[in-house]
Design a protein around this ligand. Structure first.
Ligand code: NAD
Length: 257
């Protein structure tokens, strides 16, 4: 399978799932544009490493996905956008009556509004080039809920709804729009929570993973960033040309419960 000659823009891709997707896109031959809100030497070095490893053009573009104009500027600075992966996201956990308004606003802006802005900016480019793939990284929490994550769940349900709408608006064009709904994925962010949780519950690493973190994930295994990347690459393949306006759960059975 080759995505040679295509350029993939991946928001929030200097770590975790976004980075995993960027690597799988590059492995499939796509040029990649990495992004986050920081502008450090290591961000640019990361892009360079991927470019060298996979023999593709890889660029890092700083843009803050909480700001609509910067979301749109990312697409303009990307030097092409055949594939758009909306991945940037943050989380905050609190009961709704204690949920800080600034956290609510940031989650809605980064996890949901950015997707509106990047899609709006990318679609004219895709139409001009006569091909496009949009993959929005939602969550099992785009399909189900848990307590204390109101902003995240509202945003992810919003992303799933927006995905369906854009799919209908592009249905007669060679453009598709889908969402991946990951369950728990072992990213550096999740890995970092394990030692504290072990202390808090006085449990072994295995018990924390199985009985605390993966309580709702029937496979009792984390999904991996490579699996997210592989699913995104599949959604960009010819085999997926008639898959549009839907969600693909990569969640070890979570949403089957
Ligand atoms: P992560 O923290 O490793 O990655 C988040 C990325 O978003 C980072 O690259 C970060 O720099 C970037 N980001 C944050 N704020 C930004 C901003 N204002 N502008 C630009 N970039 C910004 O987390 P992750 O687990 O890799 O999460 C990636 C996506 O996957 C998120 O949308 C998250 O909701 C979703 N997701 C993760 C899991 C999981 O278990 N890890 C499960 C379901 C969905």
């Amino acid at each position: 399978m080759t995505l040679q000659g295509k350029t993939a823009v991946i928001t929030g891709s200097n770590s975790g799932i976004g980075l995993g997707i960027a690597r799988e896109m590059a492995r499939a031959g796509a040029n990649v544009v990495l992004n986050s809100f920081t502008d450090r030497d290591e961000d640019h070095a990361l892009a360079k490493e991927i470019g060298t490893e996979f023999g593709v053009t890889a660029l890092y573009v700083q843009a803050d996905m909480s700001k609509g104009d910067q979301c749109r500027a990312l697409i303009e600075k990307a030097e092409g956008c055949d594939i758009l992966i909306n991945n940037a996201g943050i989380q905050h956990v609190a009961p709704i009556d204690e949920f800080p308004t600034d956290k609510w606003d940031a989650i809605i802006a980064i996890n949901m509004n950015s997707t509106f802005h990047t899609m709006a900016a990318a679609l004219p480019h895709m139409r001009q080039r006569g091909w496009g793939r949009i993959v929005n990284i939602a969550s099992a929490h785009g399909l189900t809920a848990s307590p204390y994550k109101s902003a995240y769940i509202a945003a992810k349900h919003g992303v799933v709804g927006m995905t369906k709408t854009v799919a209908l608006e592009t249905a007669e064009e060679p453009i598709t729009c889908n969402a991946i709904c990951p369950g728990y994925v072992l990213t550096p962010l999740v890995e970092a929570q394990i030692p504290d949780t072990m202390k808090e519950y006085d449990m072994s690493r295995e018990d924390v993973i199985k009985n605390v973190m993966l309580k709702r994930q029937p496979s009792k295994e984390f999904a991996t960033v490579e699996q997210m990347g592989g699913t995104a690459v599949f959604l960009c393949s010819d085999a997926a040309a008639q898959i549009t306006g839907t969600t693909i759960s990569v969640d070890g059975g979570w949403t089957a419960l």
